[in-house]
Write a protein that binds this ligand. Structure first.
Ligand SMILES: Nc1ncnc2c1ncn2[C@@H]1O[C@H](COP(=O)(O)OP(=O)(O)O)[C@@H](O)[C@H]1O
Ligand SMILES: [Mg+2]
Length: 306
């Protein structure tokens, strides 16, 4: 049922198989640990922290700091419908009825974020190839269709950068430079330009090369400061991190203080119950898993080694 794309030799599924698989994604659980962890996470600075910072910096309510809204001045880049469709970004044209589960996922995700005051969503999976990038790209575009909502999608799988290719947008450079604070949000992040697809408020942080020590980079305080500043400059409603697999390396654990909640993409037929349990254990009890997304349910397990 699978075939190789003439363009890049990557394995593609036939249309029928794809529709069947896509039909079964988004087994979104109700927020499983919601009741246990309702407090706003330290990952997103709350109003009290902001006020404290303002006090330290000598600002008060009447003398707000002049924060330039960077969103409007981000570089706008065009997107190509055929490229998106060829890379299974099915929420772009919405021709494939399989985009519907992403609309549902988006709605539930926004409800959970709004309810808890969360912004930062980690997208991970037990092993590689389960569909993290597929989920991240489709979900980000589904989210961007809400008017007046801003979504930031970041390629933080520095071991296997993929979002630039999937979206057909070239990365301005290594995302590691942005995380280190060497390049600014204004120069590294890009916004999807006006398009006939209805893709709205979406900014992307792409990466053009693998990084040798991503876990250290993600854990560094500099990364925390860069993300906080990005949030102040762009005021996004949702920040999606396309992360590496939870079981392969310690990046997801190293980065855990920086995200508020998690979407776990499970590869149907690829992940054992034990792998899923272990991945959830590594996330830790204090980070709510907002959904388990069952993806690629129809594929044979034999092709799914991590
Ligand atoms: N539901 C799906 N149906 C068909 N192909 C899929 C699906 N999800 C992912 N793929 C394909 O499987 C490959 C691996 O998915 P990807 O999102 O890159 O995985 P990850 O980011 O978790 O490593 C990609 O070529 C992607 O297009
Ligand atoms: Mg990926």
């Amino acid at each position: 049922m699978s075939e190789r794309s003439r363009r890049d030799g990557r394995r593609r599924l036939g249309a029928e198989a794809r529709a069947a698989i896509l039909d079964r994604i988004a087994e979104v659980d109700a927020p499983a640990r919601e009741a246990e962890a309702p407090a706003p996470s330290a990952a997103t600075p709350d109003p009290a922290t902001r006020a404290l910072r303002a006090a330290v910096l000598g600002n008060d309510e009447n003398m707000l700091p002049q924060i330039h809204d960077l969103w409007g001045s981000l570089r706008r880049i065009p997107v190509d419908e055929a490229t998106l469709e060829g890379n299974l970004v099915i929420t772009a044209s919405r021709r494939d009825p399989a985009h519907a589960p992403f609309d549902l996922l988006r709605t539930r995700l926004l409800q959970a974020l709004d309810e808890h005051g969360w912004k930062r969503v980690a997208i991970t999976s037990p092993t590689r190839g389960c569909g993290k990038t597929f989920t991240a790209a489709n979900l980000a575009i589904a989210l961007s269709r809400y008017e007046n909502r801003r979504t930031v999608l970041l390629d933080f799988d520095m071991r296997a950068p993929a979002l630039a290719d999937v979206l057909g947008i070239s990365a301005p450079g290594p995302i590691a430079d942005w995380i280190r604070g060497t390049t600014s949000s204004g120069s590294h992040l890009q916004r999807v330009g006006q398009n006939l697809l209805g893709i709205g408020g979406l900014a992307v942080g792409l990466n053009d090369r693998p990084e040798t020590y991503p876990a250290e980079l993600l854990q560094d305080r500099k990364a925390a400061a860069v993300l906080d500043q990005m949030q102040e400059e762009l005021t996004p409603d949702a920040v999606l991190f396309d992360l590496p697999p939870a079981l392969s390396h310690d990046d997801v654990t190293a980065f855990r203080a920086r995200y508020d909640c998690v979407l776990m993409v499970v590869g149907g037929g690829r992940n054992s119950a034990e792998q899923i349990r272990e991945a959830v254990r590594r996330i830790g009890d204090d980070k709510p898993i907002l959904g388990m997304i069952l993806n690629r349910a129809e594929e044979d397990a034999a092709s799914g080694a991590a």
